[in-house]
Design a protein around this ligand. Sequence first.
Ligand code: GDD
Ligand code: MN
Length: 399
Amino acid sequence: MSAVPVAPVTVIVPTFNERANVAELIERTATALAAFDAEILFVDDSSDGTADEIARVAASAPLPVRVIHREHNTGGLGGAVVLGLNEATHDVCVVMDGDLQHPPELIPAMLQRFARGDADVVAASRYIGGGDSAGLGTTMRLGVSKAATAITKAMFLRRLWRSTDPMTGFFLVNRARIDVGVLRPQGFKILLEILVRAGERHDLRIAEVPMEFGARQHGSSKASLRQGWTFLVHLARLRFGKMGLFALIGGIGAIANIGIMWALTHAGMDYVPAAVIGAAVTIIGNFVLQELFVFRAERHDASRLWVRFAASASFNSIEAALRIPVMAWMVESWHISSVLATAISLVVAFFARFLFHALVVYAPRRRKTSDAPAEPSVDTATMRVLRAIDTEAMRPGEL
Ligand code: GDD
Ligand code: MN
């Protein structure tokens, strides 16, 4: 490779006690990128002298190596990457772990892929042809990783459509195409944060290259059960803004509904009229709460109060009317309790109800053209529906 084929690149490496790995990492990265215009930027939170070791090796390195050392580790891994993105000299940034589980030899392939010009993010995937996740270690950890990936993809259907490994920590991103200021990563899942949040204005185009996720050479992984919990909270915060509030209110309504039924059937009432009364009380209660908390901002642009109530109540009545015979059928043929049947049918009805309310009941009467989202060129009906669901569910809640 004589001519430099691609834009200059900053390789961002977050480090937390990786002293034994940095010399080899710098050497292998420098060799891999000998034909490219590149710098390495470490964002270090270590207490083991990693930063001093970096400075020592940097002095004789064939490419520029910088280190930002933070005395008080507050931002964690995600925060370190965001700092790196802000401080990088170049717009093309590659984020790579500092423990050599990510082979630096893959960076040229990522740059070549990026140079084709049709991607904003090039992720190194453990799950596409040629990829390998053996370095994850235990079957347990692999299972958790796969399950988390599946759940996450299902939750962000449209944005993660083309990503087989949204959790990978090894990726190239074109900083010019994202809004670094909106990133609020928690814990380890920085790529997920970028794909979901930084692609607000226009969808990020994702490409992938296969990678072999190697075994860690020195030191130990900072992933933990606590990281797992942080991940779940992060997911919930990313996804369940408005939908979470709606679910919370629906959940309170469901409990009230079940409670009312329990009380009435215990007082001797047949379960069918008890279910009708429980549903009616729940419908009115839910409407008041959702007006106050979930769709407060949308009320102003939506149709008038009585129209909203009529639409909401009709939907819920139709849903309840359908639900009760289905429930009765479940009770008769599955021989489960009426309370359990109610609970199951309420969960199934939840998603239909959220979509109907977000897209119909509280739809603006006319759309302001100024804030219409940019449409991609290929716009199938499926993509339109997915986008509508996505937009609604992503709105921040107001509690
Ligand atoms: N600056 C900084 N601050 N760096 C950190 C911190 C921190 O608080 N915590 C971890 N790091 C650095 C580590 O030093 C390492 O270079 C990199 O971040 C990844 O940390 P590991 O502890 O090696 O994580 P892992 O191997 O379990 O997880 C990797 O694989 C996951 C996929 O299973 C990471 O790449 C994850 O991002 C990825 O999701
Ligand atoms: Mn690691």
